[in-house]
Write a protein that binds this ligand. Structure first.
Ligand code: DCP
Ligand code: MG
Length: 615
C-alpha cells in the first residue's frame, strides 16, 4: 500500500484563470453521491470483482488459519511427540502458505485488469466530453489543470475502486476474524491482548487529523510545482527574451521547496505513526507473553494457545496500519472523483437541441440581426450588430485591435452563442441546427494558424481525410503554398513538428489556407490570413484568394487594408459597433475612421519602401 498524491493544478502562482473550485472539494472523506456514481463504473466488472472478493476471502481465511494450525502442531503433535502427525501438519501449513500466494496473485491480477479498464473508460469519457465542450470552457481553463484531471485524478479513482475497496473489506474482515478467533480461544487472554487498543485509537485519531492536513498540503504544493513548470515552459521564449531566468528560477525554487517541506512533513507524520503502531503491537505481544506465560504455568492455558495468540497479535496491527493509510487514499479519491464528475457534468455553453437537424446545403447568405455578445456573460464586446451578406459576396471586417472582428467570425461559426439577436445562414438560425453539419460547410482560416504534428499533406487534408494526393497538391497550388512545400527536403511528406515550429508563421498560414481550399466550403472565414507575410507573398495570396473567393461567401478580417480594397462591402468596427460601412471608394470619400486607418497604413508602407530603397 502506498500513499497517493493526486490533486488539481490550481495552485500555479500565476494561474488565476482557473475559476472553478480546484481545492480538495468538500474535503469530506465520504460523499454518498460521488461514491455511488463512482461505484457505477464497477458495474460492468461485477464478475471479476466478485472473483477478486472470493480470492480475498481465501487469503483472509488462510491467514486466520495459520496460527490456529500452529496451535494444533504444538498442543497435539509436538507435546505428544507424534512425528507423523507433525509432518502432515507441516505439509498442510506449507499448502496454506502456497494458497495465500496463489490467491493473492490472482486477486492482484483481477484488480489490475478491472482497474485499468475503468481508467480507460473514464479517460475516454473525459476526452469525448472535452471535445464537446465549447470554446468558452477551453478559454477559461488552463490546459495543465485539465490534463491533471484526465491523468492523475482518474488514477486515484482507479486506485480506490479497484485496490482500495477490496483492501478495505479484507482488512475489516481480518480484524473481526482475529478478534473472533482470539475471543473463542481464550476470552481472558484476549482481554489482555486488547488492553492496548484504547492507546491505538487515540494514536489513530491524532494521526488522521494531522495527516489529512499534511497530505492535502503535499497535493496542493505538487500542483503548484506543476503549474509553475507548465507556465514557464510555455513562456520560455519570453523569459529568455527578457532575461528573466533568474526571477523564474527563484519563483520555481520557492514552490519547489514548499513542496519538499510538505512531503517531509507528511512523511515524518507517517514515520511517527507507523512505528508507533508497531510499538503497540510489540507491547501487546509482551502483555500476551506475560499473562499467557502465567496461565501456562498454572495450567489454565496450553502453550499452543499462547503461541497462536502471539501470532494473531502480530497480524492484528497490520490491517490497522493499512486502514489508516487507506483513509488518505479515500480522501484523495473523493476529491479527485468530485473534480472528474464536475468536469463530466459541465454543460457545453453551445448546446444543440435534442435531435437538431442537419444544416441544409448552404447557399451562402449570412445575416446578423441586432447581435450583441459577451464572453463569459460579463463585459459586452459586440453591440447591436446588423450585417447582411448576400451569397457569393466578399465582405471585409476592419478596425482597431480588440474591436470585435474575431468575435463576429466566432459567432458565424457558432463557437459561441449570441447574447442577443440572432445569426442566420440562408434564413436558418444557426442555433436550430447541429454544430458539425454547420461547420462542415464552412472553411475557417484562424488568426492563430494551428498545425498538428504530422506530414504537411495530412495537415492540408485535415478536414477531408480521404482527399487524393492530386487534390492536396491542387489546393496547395491554389494557396500558393506549393512552391515552398516542394522546396522542402521531403516535399509533402515533410513532418510538421508539434505546434508547427519548423515552419514560419506565414508558411503556416498558407497551409491553413490550403486546408480551407481543399474543404471547398460555401462560406469562408479568413482571420488575418495575410497578417504575417511579406509583400511579394501577400500579392501571391491575394491572387490565390481572388481565385478562392470566387463564387463563395467570404468574411475577410484584415489588418492590411490593401488586401481588401476589392471587397464588396467593408465594415469598420470600433468598440463592438459597426461604425462605417461601404466600398473602399465610398469609405475613403466618407473621410472617417477607415480613411484615417488607410492613410496611416499607406504612409507607413511608403515610409518603409523609401527606407528600403536607401539601403
Ligand atoms: N475577448 C474576451 N474573451 C475571449 C476573446 C476576446 O474577453 N475569449 C475580448 C477581448 C477584446 C474583445 O473581446 O476586448 C474583442 O476581441 P476580438 O478577438 O473579437 O478582437 P479583434 O479580433 O477585433 O482584435 P484583433 O485585431 O487584435 O484580432
Ligand atoms: Mg482578431
Amino acid at each position: 500500500m502506498s500513499f497517493s498524491f493526486g490533486g488539481g493544478l490550481n495552485m500555479g502562482p500565476r494561474g488565476a484563470l482557473e475559476s472553478h473550485g480546484e481545492g480538495d472539494g468538500t474535503g469530506r472523506v465520504f460523499d454518498r453521491r460521488v461514491t455511488l456514481r463512482l461505484l457505477g463504473y464497477l458495474r460492468p466488472y461485477t464478475r471479476q470483482m466478485l472473483g477478486a472478493f472470493a480470492m480475498m476471502l481465501i487469503v483472509s481465511a488462510l491467514t486466520l488459519a495459520i496460527p490456529y494450525l500452529t496451535k494444533i502442531v504444538i498442543d497435539q503433535y509436538i507435546t505428544n511427540g507424534d512425528l507423523r502427525g507433525l509432518s502432515r501438519l507441516a505439509l498442510l501449513l506449507g499448502g496454506a502458505l502456497f494458497g495465500i500466494y496463489l490467491a493473492s496473485s490472482a486477486q492482484q491480477y483481477l484488480l489490475t485488469w478491472v482497474g485499468q479498464r475503468i481508467l480507460m473508460t473514464l479517460r475516454n469519457q473525459l476526452f469525448d466530453h472535452l471535445q464537446r465542450l465549447s470554446l468558452g470552457y477551453h478559454d477559461t481553463h488552463i490546459v495543465g489543470v485539465t490534463i491533471s484531471r484526465v491523468m492523475s485524478d482518474v488514477g486515484v479513482i482507479n486506485e480506490l475502486l479497484s485496490e482500495g475497496l477490496i483492501t478495505l473489506a479484507g482488512d475489516i474482515l481480518l480484524l473481526f476474524g482475529i478478534v473472533g478467533v482470539m475471543v473463542s480461544m481464550s476470552p481472558h487472554l484476549a482481554l489482555f491482548a486488547f488492553s492496548v487498543v484504547p492507546l491505538m485509537v487515540l494514536m489513530t485519531l491524532w494521526f488522521s487529523r494531522r495527516a489529512r492536513i499534511a497530505f492535502r498540503q503535499t497535493r496542493s504544493s505538487t500542483a503548484a510545482v506543476i503549474g509553475d513548470l507548465a507556465e514557464d515552459l510555455s513562456g520560455m521564449r519570453v523569459i529568455q527574451a527578457f532575461a528573466q531566468e533568474g526571477a523564474s528560477e527563484e519563483r520555481f525554487d520557492k514552490v519547489n521547496s514548499a513542496n519538499r517541506d510538505a512531503f517531509v512533513n507528511a512523511m515524518s507524520l507517517s514515520l511517527t505513526f507507523l512505528p508507533g503502531v508497531e510499538f503497540l503491537g510489540i507491547l501487546a505481544t509482551a502483555v500476551v507473553l506475560w499473562a499467557g506465560g502465567r496461565a501456562v504455568a498454572t495450567e489454565t492455558l496450553t502453550l499452543g494457545v499462547v503461541v497462536a495468540f502471539i501470532s494473531y497479535v502480530g497480524r492484528f496491527f497490520q490491517p490497522i496500519q493499512e486502514l489508516s493509510q487507506l483513509y488518505n487514499t479515500l480522501q484523495t479519491a473523493m476529491a479527485g472523483g468530485e473534480r472528474v464528475l464536475e468536469l463530466l457534468d459541465t454543460i457545453p455553453d453551445v448546446q444543440d437541441q435534442p435531435a437538431a437537424p442537419d444544416m441544409p446545403s448552404i447557399r451562402g447568405e449570412i445575416v446578423l440581426n441586432n447581435v450583441s455578445f459577451a464572453y463569459r456573460g460579463t463585459h459586452t464586446v459586440l453591440h447591436n450588430v446588423d450585417l447582411h451578406i448576400a451569397p457569393g459576396q466578399t465582405i471585409a471586417l476592419v478596425g482597431p485591435t480588440g474591436a470585435g472582428k474575431t468575435s463576429i467570425a466566432n459567432l458565424i461559426a457558432r463557437f459561441y452563442e449570441v447574447t442577443e439577436g440572432n445569426v442566420c445562414i440562408d434564413g436558418v438560425d444557426v442555433r436550430s441546427v447541429n454544430q458539425p453539419s454547420l461547420r462542415q460547410q464552412m472553411g475557417l482560416v484562424p488568426q492563430d494558424p494551428f498545425l498538428f504534428a504530422g506530414a504537411i499533406a495530412d495537415n492540408i487534408r485535415f478536414g477531408c481525410p480521404d482527399a487524393s494526393e492530386e487534390a492536396v497538391i491542387a489546393a496547395a497550388k491554389a494557396a500558393n503554398a506549393h512552391e515552398f512545400i516542394s522546396a522542402m527536403p521531403e516535399g509533402y511528406a515533410t513532418r510538421v513538428l508539434e505546434g508547427g515550429i519548423n515552419l514560419s508563421l506565414g508558411q503556416r498560414q498558407l497551409l491553413c489556407i490550403a486546408r480551407a481550399i481543399l474543404a471547398d466550403p460555401r462560406i469562408l472565414i479568413l482571420d488575418e490570413a495575410t497578417a504575417s507575410v511579406d509583400t511579394i507573398t501577400e500579392a501571391l495570396i491575394q491572387e490565390a484568394l481572388a481565385r478562392l473567393l470566387k463564387g463563395r461567401t467570404a468574411v475577410v478580417i484584415a489588418h492590411r487594408l490593401s488586401t481588401i480594397t476589392n471587397a464588396d462591402l467593408i465594415c469598420v468596427l470600433e468598440g463592438g459597433h459597426i461604425v462605417e460601412r461601404g466600398t473602399h471608394t465610398e469609405l475613403l470619400a466618407l473621410g472617417g475612421l477607415y480613411r484615417d486607418l488607410y492613410e496611416r497604413q499607406f504612409m507607413q508602407n511608403n515610409g518603409f519602401s523609401k527606407a528600403s530603397e536607401r539601403v
